[in-house]
Design a protein around this ligand. Structure first.
Ligand code: FAD
Ligand code: N01
Length: 551
């Protein structure tokens, strides 16, 4: 099977798809190795997530100082760049990535406004043939996907969706010129991390805001603030140690690892520990308090109830507070959003929570949103309905491996990978932040750094050893899938209907997508594989298998 088009084929050592954090760093590393590289990016510029998600209130929820390229990319960059806020807003993060692209002259190897629509492995040449929506064609020895875990918008198929006469926007495709909601009646559908950022941001401007909630979340305060320059200076002085801690940590964040069970201490001590974490803000409530919140239902319930009690304290109307307080899933089994005034927004006269669990959305009408209880007339609809996560972008780029087998077919029953980085039958394909790797369960810049470094080192190894093909052995893949499943099943995560298990997309295979073993442990495993000559992979040169052995 080949990719056909009238245009001449360009040849590269490597093709990278995507120009967000992952693709930019991958390009930089491969260039350092002296490879010819082409990056294809569907967007009009670099940035990935931060190019697309321009909705009001968009900001990171990893603290900015940790949400950067590390000293592995450039010590000078790490030293020079200074964030203004604890959680930088989208324009500042996009500005950072644009600065990186300029500073390292990355754009010259990137084709923007170009979507990869086919990527076919040709066994005869041992090369990937890549086709794009513009009819462009390229071949490469290595294909590296940097397509993002959260880059394909999920727009629910509500009946009548296209009949709406006002403006409607999905948050992941926000207009570059911005949207002015002043004096409008606005519907926000969804109550995930995105909605939680938008609601307080536009509540002041709108005449009336309806927030359509299917599932309440355990939102944690971020306590955003301008960054104190003395703090920035001392952080920069310790960046090397800080990054080392992040690399070794489970979450890619330099948190203190908890040592006690939540059930080992009395209620007063437990409350004290939770209050400290709540006061610090961010994911510390899950990451820094007790060892067993994700593995023991009773322990988890203490954290869940703590958050519910906070919601009841903040939200004045007891009925609204109860609706906002989650009871159908344990704390942190869905991604907890960081909030900056979300719960307070429901104390306003012009913000109204609509329970679409009790009364589901039946249709979108020309005038608004109709639930079973009636119609909500609005001027604008914001779809904060999330993403077809982790496999969404991989499944939309026409990847076919040996024998023309589509990736969609190989993964029909759920992803099958070795280390979340590669999959049998698809030689020389690397999936950055792929399913069954830690990715979205970490501060992603730390996970991205680890994946990119591993792939770059692997390609260097292949070249140094005159090898031109690497592919996971089926047995190694089976072992990884089994290990991934075992680690996930030992936790409470598979129980909730989250995007982590694909439950947000009708018909999507329900399985745990990200790897739960923690970044530090995962890194050790990947490093050991490399140190043992890429254990678990078959390596070959000119079609001749040199070595294949099991982990
Ligand atoms: P992306 O940034 O998603 O970039 C992938 C790129 O690939 C996109 O630009 C896309 O256009 C392109 N692409 C996809 N398919 C194709 C194709 N077929 N052809 C050509 N191009 C293609 N993570 C954190 O750790 N901390 C945070 O605070 C945080 N905040 C977030 C806030 C929002 C609103 C969202 C949506 C996600 C957030 N994330 C956060 C996750 C975030 O996605 C990652 O941190 C990071 O930006 C991912 O970088 P990436 O390069 O891997 O993927
Ligand atoms: O998406 P989500 P998101 N009818 O899937 C609802 C990252 N991120 O864009 O929960 C009615 O979390 C859905 O309801 P339910 C972060 O990793 C980070 O908010 O499925 N409702 C849910 O409430 C995050 O986890 C930041 O019952 C429907 C909402 O839409 C990830 O991106 C900011 C529906 C979707 O929530 C995704 O977050 C933003 C339907 N048919 C995003 N379909 C930071 O702060 C869906 N929903 C850094």
């Amino acid at each position: 099977m080949t990719v056909t088009s009238g245009k001449p084929t360009e040849e590269f050592d490597a093709v990278v798809v995507g120009a967000g954090f992952s693709g930019l760093y991958m390009l930089h590393r491969l260039r350092e190795l002296g490879l010819s590289v082409r990056v294809f990016e569907a967007a009009g510029d670099v940035g990935g997530t931060w190019y697309w998600n321009r909705y009001p209130g968009a900001r990171c929820d990893s603290e900015s100082i940790y949400y950067v390229f590390s000293d592995h990319f450039s010590e000078e960059l790490l030293e020079d760049w200074t964030w203004s806020e604890r959680y930088a807003a989208q324009p500042e993060i996009l500005g950072y990535l644009q600065h990186v692209a300029d500073r390292f002259d990355l754009r010259k190897d990137i084709r923007f406004d170009t979507r990869v629509t086919a990527a076919v492995y040709d066994e005869a040449t041992n090369r990937w043939e890549i086709g794009t929506d513009g009819g462009g064609r390229a071949t490469a020895r290595f294909l590296i996907t940097a397509v993002g875990c959260l880059s394909v918008a999920n727009l629910p198929e509500f009946p009548g969706r296209d009949t709406f006469e006002g403006a409607s926007h999905h948050t992941g495709h926000w207009p570059h010129e911005g949207v002015d909601f002043t004096g409008q009646r606005v519907a926000v559908i969804g109550t995930g991390a995105t909605s939680v950022q938008i609601v307080p941001e536009i509540a002041d401007d709108v005449e009336h805001l309806y927030v359509f909630q299917r599932t309440p979340n355990y939102d944690i305060p971020g306590w955003n603030r301008p960054l104190d320059q003395e703090y920035v200076r001392t952080t920069k002085e310790t960046y090397k140690q800080l990054w080392q801690r992040m690399r070794e940590s489970p979450l890619g964040l330099p948190y203190d690892v908890p040592e006690r069970s939540a059930l080992e201490v009395g209620p007063d001590e437990r409350r004290r520990v939770y209050e400290v974490a709540w006061g610090k803000g961010g994911f510390r409530l899950g990451g820094e308090t007790f060892t067993d919140l994700l593995t023991d239902e009773e322990a988890n319930e203490t954290a869940s109830e703590f958050v519910r009690s906070k919601i009841r304290e903040i939200v004045h109307d007891p009925e609204v507070a109860e609706l906002l307080a989650p009871k159908d899933h344990p704390f942190f089994t869905k991604r907890p959003p960081l909030e900056h005034g979300y719960y307070e927004a429901f104390n306003r006269e012009n913000v109204e929570l609509v329970d679409v669990r009790r009364s589901p959305i039946e249709e979108i009408t020309p005038r608004g949103v109709r639930t079973r209880d009636g119609e909500y007339e609005v001027d604008a609809i914001i779809y904060a309905t999330g993403f077809d996560a982790m496999t969404g972008a991989l499944f939309r780029m026409g990847i076919r491996g040996r024998g023309g087998v589509p990736l969609t077919e190989k993964w029909a029953e759920g992803p099958r990978s070795y280390l979340g980085l590669a999959t049998h039958g698809f030689p020389n394909l690397f999936t950055l932040t792929g399913p069954q790797s830690p990715s979205v369960l970490t501060n992603m810049t730390a996970a991205i750094e680890q994946h990119v470094d591993w792939v770059a080192d692997c390609i260097r190894y292949l070249r140094e050893h005159d090898l031109d093909r690497i592919e996971p052995l089926p047995e190694a893949e089976d072992d990884w899938v089994a290990h991934h499943t075992e680690v996930g099943d030992a936790t409470l995560l598979p129980r909730a209907n989250s995007w982590w298990v694909g439950a947000n997309i009708p018909g999507k295979r329900r399985t745990l997508y990200p790897y739960l073993g923690g970044l530090g442990t995962y890194r050790e495993r990947c490093d050991a594989v490399a140190a043992n000559g890429y254990e678990g992979f078959a390596l070959s040169s000119n079609g001749e298998e040199l070595r294949s052995h099991l982990a």
